[in-house]
Design a protein around this ligand. Structure first.
Ligand SMILES: [Zn+2]
Length: 427
């Protein structure tokens, strides 16, 4: 790659010193190339003003992966790490330069904003170094236009949604690896929601002897009901009933299901998923919604057990040990992982696809459905919300419990619509 080409690729937000030297060098290089042979056609330069405009229009983010190109995420230092990329190339024979693409075309398009994208170095490399046809010009043009429309829409939409943030922490998580209120606050802002006050941390009761019993869950439901009700009523004076509820959590799965059922299915909500690497930021906002695989239970008279294999795969034997003679149905991610949730669309996909299966299962048995779940926190909350309204059926929730490496599944609680969230005090 010539020096000129390198410089065209390395834009520094309009503050660069490269424009003049680059064009001088390019001219020299082009002249010498001409003399030596007639192999490489001259590469056209994008002007500094046009580059600046490319940065501004993309609001400093990579147009393909969405990365912020002005901020280093760990040190939080400012940087300018974007590259101005060509959809149709700056020289004939470049990436996506079709037959008949002339130097005149290149010269014209190298300063055409519709032909220029702001990309991170990785994405730039991907589109230019992969074989022809992997990133066709039409696709890039569509994505370029779509990206600019999104920026425009985001800028034009006032930040007027309003919400209450709650962090549900299991007692044993509360000290070790907590979720900071500021993290929830930032995640809410990122979704266009203004927090009413600093998000509230709710620490669940201690578990005596490591055994969660009916009393524990009763207490959990009571605490959640009171906290959610109190926080929402504090926000009500400002937003009426329109306040949204944002939940993040780190706790046992049955308690998080209770959180969902207390929240209810009618309330507008944001449920955040804690990712090991990106914390409460979505790891991949553009990831395509998953399709879950479902295996219905075998015919028979045994009790129906539903296994949700999303963050891990639960062995059938472990289920059958808890529900002897059970008929096991599975609802599973293609590759179960603790980092399964990539964006909010995943939660919606889980809900939409699971709801259909629950209805089928409920129609097939009059008895409660035994539920075994290896699922992310966000799915547990969403599951509880889903059951709170749309399902009349009883669900018996199991969880791994006790000492040792391979903890067996133990029945935890009945989750069904009969459970009134407004429970009386524990006596
Ligand atoms: Zn990128």
């Amino acid at each position: 790659m010539s020096q000129a080409a390198k410089n065209t690729g390395k834009n520094t937000g309009g503050k660069s010193e490269e424009a003049k030297p680059a064009s001088r060098k390019a001219a020299t290089k082009a002249a010498s190339t001409k003399k030596a042979s007639k192999t490489k056609p001259a590469r056209q330069n994008t002007t500094k003003d046009v580059k600046t405009m490319v940065w501004l229009r993309a609001a400093g983010h990579c147009e393909l992966c969405g990365k912020d190109l002005t901020l280093e995420l760990v040190s939080l230092k400012n940087l300018f790490e974007g590259e101005v990329a060509h959809i149709f190339p700056a020289a004939p024979g470049g990436p996506r330069g079709h037959a008949g693409y002339t130097e005149a075309d290149a010269k014209h398009l190298t300063n055409d904003l519709a032909n220029l994208m702001l990309l991170c170095p990785n994405c730039h490399k991907s589109i230019d170094k992969t074989p022809d046809g992997v990133y066709p010009a039409d696709d890039l043009t569509d994505r370029h236009q779509g990206f600019l429309e999104r920026i425009h829409l985001a800028a034009m939409t006032p930040h007027n949604d309003f919400g209450v943030g709650i962090i549900v922490l299991g007692n044993h998580f509360s000290t070790a690896s907590s979720i900071e209120p500021t993290e929830v606050q930032r995640a809410m802002f990122a979704e266009g929601v203004r927090p009413h006050t600093k998000p509230h941390i709710l620490v669940l009761p201690e578990i005596p002897d490591g055994v969660r019993d009916a009393r524990y869950y009763h207490q959990v439901r009571l605490m959640l009901t009171r906290t959610i009700e109190r926080e929402l009523s504090a926000a009500r004076s400002e937003a009426g009933d329109a306040a949204l509820l944002a939940i993040a959590g780190l706790a046992d799965i049955p308690s998080l299901m209770i959180a969902g059922s207390v929240m209810g299915d009618r309330r507008r909500r944001l449920i955040f998923s804690l990712d090991r690497d990106t914390r409460l930021r979505w790891p991949d906002p553009a990831a395509v919604r998953p399709v879950y695989q479902y295996t219905p239970p075998p015919e028979g008279d045994g009790p129906v057990a539903l296994v949700l294999n999303i963050s891990a795969s639960i062995p059938h034997d472990d289920v059958l040990a808890a529900v002897p003679g059970g008929r096991v149905a599975t609802f599973a991610a293609e590759a179960p992982s603790t980092q399964h949730v990539k964006n909010a669309g995943f939660i919606a996909a889980f809900r939409e696809q699971l709801q259909i299966r629950l209805s089928e299962l409920e129609a097939s048995t009059a008895h409660p459905i035994h539920l075994f779940a290896a699922i992310p926190v966000a799915y547990a909350v969403e599951f509880g919300a889903l059951l709170s309204m749309n399902h009349q059926h009883g669900y018996r929730i199991y969880d791994r419990m006790g000492a040792g490496k391979e903890k067996p599944f133990v029945f935890q609680l009945d989750l069904d619509h009969d459970e009134n969230p407004n429970l009386k005090e524990v006596s």
